[in-house]
Design a binder for this molecule. Structure first.
Ligand code: WTA
Length: 668
């Protein structure tokens, strides 16, 4: 296998010191998850999921067929059942007498708060659905949501689902250009946004990016968007396009609080979520309704051991990512959870903000990314020590491999050496957690995501698709369909087949390297393709390279993800400047200016998250004889390692040149 990234735990070094933490007998006795689930699922995987679908999801018309795999690789689950996702997330809890239960404790970054019960949510979602319908949204339409972390963000998603319209949430950190291409690809009718949100102590703007994304552009077809619905959050002045723009509060407050949900087929599209792939163009990952709801509800209940009457759950993700979809919106709400939603950053106004929130709401289940844990480690354990974290009883990790040191710190400092940690492996494409320990059942192991969930067929294979023995390494694959699997790439069936189903025919290729230890537990080792993982966010090397070469300064660019202590990987770009600019890079001032220009350019083309941490101006790039850039060698340079085997280079002196040229560290 190639290119597993180097922040991954060095298995050989760690295994001998690895200890497992068995569940406490008290925890095991009360846990939702039971060891028998593995046996039940092994006995009949499909029937296991049918049972979960009946127990955890409410159907308008019960399904009689469970899995139809005849159209592989496009699965159908529960296809003849009908249901509504918003009804499942909200109304049925109210009907069950739980209307007064808090669904959301909202905490704004400036400290404003809002408590939303399930009954409140039912009214809000119904009103919003009516407002959207008035603006022309119908079942089968697409709606782009570009919002900060607000109650309205959840309401907007559920309002779409209530109407049978697919939402496509675009992370608020993406630029106007990135937003524009997603709106166009999805063919959205409506965009829901806000004037802005609070971030790092100040209001930041969002609406201007929508205005720019919708502006007419020569040579491009007119936008499909008819209206822009604008949530007022920060009182910033906004430009207004009469006839197109509508205030959320005016439209929603005027709308009726009753709305009959659209009962849709289980395979009706629920959402499209764009994610980075190995080519420049983001992929619109399509998820449908019945299977997705079944698996998000099942995993949320069992992986986090949710006890809905007593737990307070908090997932720190943004709804712009799949974690926010599955483990802020659908999973928790389907299970009737009480959760915290926080608008801002962990260090505003101080570095204890998260722990202050845990203490304030008595958070008992906490789900975050390794990059955040590593940042907290850096800030020092005296910060969390100032707060009462004794309410915590389950901690989760997602988005990237968690190094055992961070895992141990998380358990000891945040979890009082007591809480189980669930390291959950999954992807935008898988829709829900696939590999994870089950708290109360699995003895947890620092650094390993461990075992496929009941009903999930995940394994590690070699180049020829043979499962590797314990102790071996290779590629992570999924060999059987699962309920929340993606149903395709929006508008591009061929790309769906090529990307996931052609590396090993008939088997889903996840794009991750993995190993199995001597106990058969799975360790994720990072991507094996040209996708980087920066702070748990997926970024495509090719997409950033395209952004760089679209700047007039740049002739050629190569981007790699280099190991980084906090963010897991950091974006490092190697650029060859166009002839007339090459001299500018010779002076400190010139190279600083070039770096800034190119960073800003990437932020404008994609978004600030994609900005290279370092930009290195070089005269040549290492290429094979067939012209392929050898990123492995560039990664060696970026990580200050001795450069590996360069014998396949067309010109083997290139690496010497690059290293000589970079003798002066180009840190920012
Ligand atoms: C990585 C996020 C190791 C992996 C839910 C995957 C992980 C990609 C883990 C998907 C984990 C996610 N351990 N690596 N627990 N969870 N990944 O689509 O490389 O944003 O392929 O979904 O993140 O990222 P995505």
């Amino acid at each position: 296998m190639t290119d597993s990234h180097s922040t991954s735990p060095s298995l050989e070094n760690l295994l001998h010191e690895t200890r497992a933490f068995p569940p406490s007998p008290e925890f095991a006795a009360q846990a939702n998850a039971q060891p028998s689930m593995y046996d039940e699922a092994a006995a009949d995987r499909v029937e296991f999921w049918a049972r979960q679908a009946r127990e955890l999801v409410s159907w308008k018309t019960p399904f009689t067929q469970t899995l139809d795999w005849s159209g592989a690789p496009v699965a159908k689950w529960f296809a003849d059942g009908t249901l509504n996702a918003a009804y499942n997330a909200v109304d049925r809890h109210v009907e069950a007498g739980l209307g007064d239960r808090v669904a959301i404790h909202f905490e704004g970054e400036p400290g404003d708060t809002r408590t939303v019960t399930y009954a409140d949510l039912q009214r809000e979602v119904s009103r919003a659905a009516n407002a959207l319908a008035t603006l022309g949204v119908e079942s089968g339409d697409r709606v782009v949501i570009y919002l900060p972390m607000l109650v309205e963000s959840v309401v907007a998603m559920l309002a779409c689902a209530r109407l049978g319209a697919a939402h496509s949430v675009v992370f608020g950190g993406f630029s106007a250009d990135a937003l524009r291409s997603r709106i166009a690809d999805a063919g959205a009718k409506l965009v829901i946004t806000a004037d802005g949100g609070y971030r790092r102590g100040a209001p930041s703007a969002l609406k201007p990016a929508v205005d720019a994304a919708l502006a007419a552009k020569e040579g491009e077809p007119a936008t499909t968007v008819e209206h822009v619905l604008v949530v007022r959050r920060t009182e910033q002045d906004v430009e207004w396009t009469q006839g197109r723009d509508v205030w959320w509060h005016e439209a929603v407050e005027a709308a009726d609080t009753f709305h009959e949900p659209a009962w849709v087929d289980a395979e009706h599209p629920l959402f499209i979520l764009y994610t980075s792939g190995t080519t420049g163009k983001p992929k619109g990952i399509l998820h449908t309704t019945g299977g997705y709801l079944t698996q998000t509800a099942f995993t949320h209940k069992n992986v986090f051991d949710l006890q809905a009457e007593s737990d307070v759950y908090w997932c720190t993700a943004d709804i712009g990512w799949v974690t926010g979809h599955s483990y802020i919106v659908y999973g928790p709400l389907l299970n009737g959870a009480t959760q915290v939603i926080y608008e801002g950053t962990p260090d505003t106004p101080h570095r204890g903000r998260w722990w202050e929130i845990v203490q304030k709401y008595g958070v008992s289940i906490f789900y975050t990314a390794p990059t955040a844990i590593r940042a907290c480690m850096k800030w020092g354990e005296e910060i969390p020590a100032e707060f009462d974290l004794s309410s915590l009883r389950v901690l989760g990790s997602v988005g990237e491999p968690i190094n055992p040191e961070a895992w141990m710190w998380y358990r000891r400092v945040i979890g009082s050496d007591r809480t189980p940690i669930v390291d959950t492996w999954w992807q935008t494409e898988t829709g829900a957690i696939m590999i994870s320990p089950l708290p109360g059942v699995t003895a947890t192991k620092p650094g390993s995501a461990q075992v496929p969930l009941p009903g999930i067929a995940a394994t590690v294979v070699d180049d020829e698709a043979n499962p590797v023995p314990d102790g071996g390494g290779g590629y992570l694959v999924l060999s059987e369909p699962w309920p929340s699997m993606l149903r395709g790439i929006w508008g591009d069936l061929q790309r769906f087949k090529d990307t996931y189903w052609s590396r090993f025919p008939g088997i889903y290729f996840a794009g991750d390297g993995a190993k199995k230890d001597e106990d058969g537990d799975i360790w994720l080792l990072g991507r094996v393709d040209d996708v980087m993982n920066v702070s748990g966010h997926r970024l495509s090397t090719t997409e950033i390279e395209s952004a760089l070469v679209s700047n007039e300064l740049v002739a050629e660019a190569a981007v790699v993800g280099a190991a980084d202590d906090v963010s897991g990987q950091a974006v490092v770009a190697f650029v060859i400047l166009r002839g007339e600019h090459a001299d500018e890079a010779g002076t400190d001032e010139g190279s600083a200016r070039i770096e800034k220009t190119l960073r800003d350019h990437v932020a404008q083309e994609i978004g600030p998250i994609a900005k290279p941490k370092r930009i290195l101006v070089v005269a040549e790039l290492p290429k094979t004889r067939s012209g392929k850039i050898m990123r492995r060698l560039l990664r060696d340079v970026a990580e200050n390692r001795e450069v590996g085997d360069a014998t396949t280079l067309a010109d083997s002196s290139v690496m010497n040149l690059i290293q000589a040229g970079l003798a002066k560290p180009a840190e920012d």
